[in-house]
Write a protein that binds this ligand. Structure first.
Ligand code: F0G
Length: 482
């Protein structure tokens, strides 16, 4: 994709696919968007997709499938046991990761449930580059805790570190020393580190982590859900990977890991998941849990149609053009926002464009959920929905006080191959308009707050009439536009 230069000098990501199936979208007038946002309790999870113009909530399970994936779904073999579909998927996984054993699951967190039950004992620690919500919850459920071995620089919103997802080797070594190797359940490397803005680790860092794990006889597990993005960044940012094919890089990455798991809602552009390993003991430790929680060993809770789509989707992930699309769109969006002075996570990562709500709305205190307020305001201003990734997504402290998040981000995901560039330009335009009018945006407060995972189902209201004022200003600036 980067090879194509425009005669007029523009730097525009050019799609190397064409659209052949479409879904109708609706863009409601701003007055109706305000009503819908209030009805949804200012929670973008509670909007009906019918009322959303651009669904940028997540890249999970909503990526566009290819013609080859769609056609593969037709030949799926439905047998409960010994399905040919399983054999096909297993073969692709073996070919890409070089692993012998493959356990299918219904999605990523199901892998985390099985892995945590099989390998985490009460009082043990998992060392990770950065946590993911569901991972942390499963480790805690099994009596373990999590230490994040990440440098302070990686946690800065603005940075020019090419591999912010790298594990900090000193923290890793020191934590092992401090706790004792036998207390470490495993080391977990998350590709395309989600919660710090879809940031990659380098192949060299992974090799260094593996060497430390070997020294202490500790298992290294990779969460490969966002591996597609991570492979793209290795290829373009890491000198040693420049002349390697994506398949060669994948093989080197997987050779570093004892066990790999993934959500196929992201990796493979379908819906499902799986665990891969070369170790018979790992396989046997997980096998019975799989039949208990997921389904028989040859479908693991997935529809066989999805499994066929995953098999093709994984193969297509080896195509550089395929995995370039999302990161290049994200970079385009990030660069355009930066030009307008909008604070965003840099360098641009995978998954989506992440807006820094703390800087966007410095007048909204963290207790009033700046990232949640920004998500609400942006839906009202544009009909696009993103996901709050800040204090609202945290659980309260035991004494009931707010647990203030390190970062207040609004994640605008770019599902792979779903949006056109003009749609991306539209949302950039509305974000810039909102930024110019940021003083109008105020805070939120809960009216209905669930005790766990409140960000999914909680309802909030605006603390003042700022939303009505925002709509009035929009109408002043856009008298005739939706
Ligand atoms: N690991 C990572 C890195 C993820 O990003 C996710 C999901 C999971 C595991 C869990 O996988 O959803 O298939 O059960 N991330 C989604 C998101 C939910 O929107 O970022 P799952």
């Amino acid at each position: 994709m980067t090879e194509v230069k425009f005669y007029n000098g523009d730097n525009v990501p050019l799609e190397l696919h064409k659209v052949r199936i479409v879904q109708k979208l609706y863009l409601l007038p701003i007055e109706e968007r305000l009503e819908k946002m209030i009805e949804a309790g200012n929670n973008t999870f509670l909007l009906k997709n019918r009322d959303v113009y651009m669904d940028m909530l997540t890249d999970s399970g909503v990526n566009a499938m290819s013609d080859r994936q769609q056609s593969a779904m037709l030949i799926a073999d439905d047998s409960y046991a010994g399905s040919e579909t399983f054999t096909r998927l297993e073969k692709v996984v073996q070919d890409l990761f070089g692993t012998k054993y493959f356990l299918p699951t219904h999605q990523g967190r199901a892998c985390e449930n099985i892995i945590s039950q099989a390998f985490v004992e009460e009082g043990q620690t998992v060392i990770t580059n950065y946590h993911f919500t569901t991972t942390k919850a499963h480790i805690a459920l099994n009596g373990g805790d999590l230490v994040e071995a990440i440098s302070e620089e990686s946690l800065k919103v603005e940075s020019d570190l090419p591999f912010k997802g790298n594990m900090d080797l000193d923290i890793l070594e020191n934590t092992i020393k401090e706790k004792g190797a036998e207390k470490i359940a495993f080391v977990r490397m998350e590709a395309g580190t989600n919660l710090i803005g879809g940031q990659p680790f380098s192949l060299q860092n992974l090799k260094d982590v593996r060497a430390i794990c070997d020294k202490h006889n500790i298992m290294l597990i990779m969460d490969a859900s966002l591996l597609g993005d991570n492979l793209y960044f290795m290829k373009i940012r890491e000198e040693a990977c420049k002349d390697m094919s994506i398949k060669e890089i994948t093989k080197e990455v997987s050779d570093c890991c004892h066990l790999i798991y993934f959500s196929a809602r992201k990796l493979g552009n379908a819906r499902g998941g799986g665990i891969c390993s070369n170790d018979l003991d790992h396989f046997m430790a997980s096998r019975e849990l799989l039949t208990l929680y997921e389904g028989f060993l040859t479908y693991g809770g997935m529809s066989v149609r999805e499994m066929e789509a995953i098999a093709v989707g994984l193969e297509e992930t080896m195509d550089f053009d395929n995995i370039s699309q999302a990161p290049q769109f994200i970079k385009y969006m990030t660069d355009e926002l930066l030009k307008a002075g909008v604070p965003v996570v840099t360098p641009a990562g995978g998954l989506g464009c992440h807006i820094d709500a703390m800087k966007f709305l410095p007048h909204v205190p963290q207790e009033e959920y700046p990232a949640g307020a920004l998500a609400s305001a942006l839906y009202i201003a544009s009909g696009a929905r993103g996901m709050e990734r800040g204090t609202l997504s945290e659980e309260r402290n035991e004494d009931g006080s707010e647990h203030l998040s390190n970062m207040e981000l609004l994640r605008m995901a770019l599902p792979r191959r779903v949006f056109t560039l003009s749609q991306v330009k539209y949302v950039i335009d509305r974000i810039i308009w909102l930024y110019e009018n940021r003083d109008l945006v105020g805070g939120l407060e809960f009216v209905d707050e669930p005790s766990t995972l409140r960000f999914f189902l909680g309802k909030l209201k605006a603390k003042t009439d700022w939303q009505e004022k925002l709509v009035a200003k929009f109408r002043e600036d856009f008298p005739d536009s939706l």
